[in-house]
Structures are given as structure tokens and as C-alpha cells.
Design a binder for this molecule. Sequence first.
Ligand code: HEM
Length: 154
Amino acid sequence: MIYSLVLGLHSAIRWLVLLFGILAALRGFNGWLRGLPWTPADERVSFWAVMAMDLQALLGILLYAGLSRVTATAFDNWGFAMRDNDLRFWAVEHLTIMILALALLHIARVRIRKAATPEIKHRTAALLVGLSMVLVLIGIPWPWLSYGRPLLRW
Ligand code: HEM
């Protein structure tokens, strides 16, 4: 059914977000510290980081606002959900952290485009994309947490 399909995609696309996002941040640090030019490859990696994140956010919002049984349970009894660690993670924390990470990534892209020098472009990728990926790593329901989920769903 559609719920498990979207959940499976949302689970898998997290790896694309992390791959492109972490690569973009590492290229940023490397280019900043070594004074490298801003190359088409840098441009492509940061572009695909935002694309993967946008798709992931779209699927997440579909889950949050309609498909997910977990958030539906939380909306049915908001007071109880706020006192329950796991339900509060899905209803509030995951959403808030990931929207912040999404906003940072978009701010990074705009600043990279407008930056006057390669150094500023690399620094922006390093710091803003890097911070966005730290938030994503914090917001993921890793299997070892109480609200943990599998690393991949088939
Ligand atoms: C930006 C807005 C986002 C929203 C609104 C959102 C919403 C959700 C919701 C509602 C669920 C739980 C679904 C359920 O079990 O019924 C979920 C699961 C999950 N989300 Fe997100 N999400 C967002 C972004 C992200 C991002 C950026 C990542 C990682 C890069 C991510 C990774 C995950 C993972 C790994 C799961 C567990 C999937 C599974 O159970 O296999 N989410 N998300």
C-alpha cells in the first residue's frame, strides 16, 4: 500500500541526502582550507544535496500530514503524545529538526550562488551544509534509539 511505499522510499532516500550532503560539506572544507577554485563538480554535488533533501522533505510531509499511522495517533491525543517520548519525537522533534536542516541547506545554496569568491562559496558549503548534515544526523531515528527504525526497509 501507499503508506509502506512512501515510508520505504523515505527510509532509502535518507542515504542519498547523507551522501550528497556530507560530500558537499567535505568538498567545502577541502576547497576552503586549500584555496581551491569552485568547480562544476562542487556545483553539482551541492545541487543534488538540495534536490535529495527537497524530495525527502516532500515525502516526509506526505507521511506527516496524511499517511503516517504514528503521527495520526499523536494528533488524536496530542496531550498524551507530548508526554510520550516516542510519539513526541515523530509529532514534533523529527519534523522541527528536519525543517531547520532543510532551511539551512536552501540558505546555503542561495549564498553559494551569490558569493563573490570561490573562498566564500567553499566556506558556505563547509559551514552551512555541514551544520545542516549535523542536524540531519541528530534527527534520524537510528535503530539503537527507543524510537529507532531500520537502516533500510525492503
Ligand atoms: C523535512 C521534513 C520531514 C518530515 C515532515 C518527516 C516526517 C516523517 C514521518 C512522519 C515519519 C514516520 C512515519 C511513520 O512511521 O509513520 C518519518 C520517518 C523517517 N524519516 Fe522523516 N521527515 C522529514 C525529513 C526527513 C529527513 C531529511 C530524513 C533523513 C535524511 C528523514 C529520515 C527518516 C527516517 C529514516 C524515517 C524512518 C523510516 C522507516 O520507518 O523506515 N526524514 N519521517
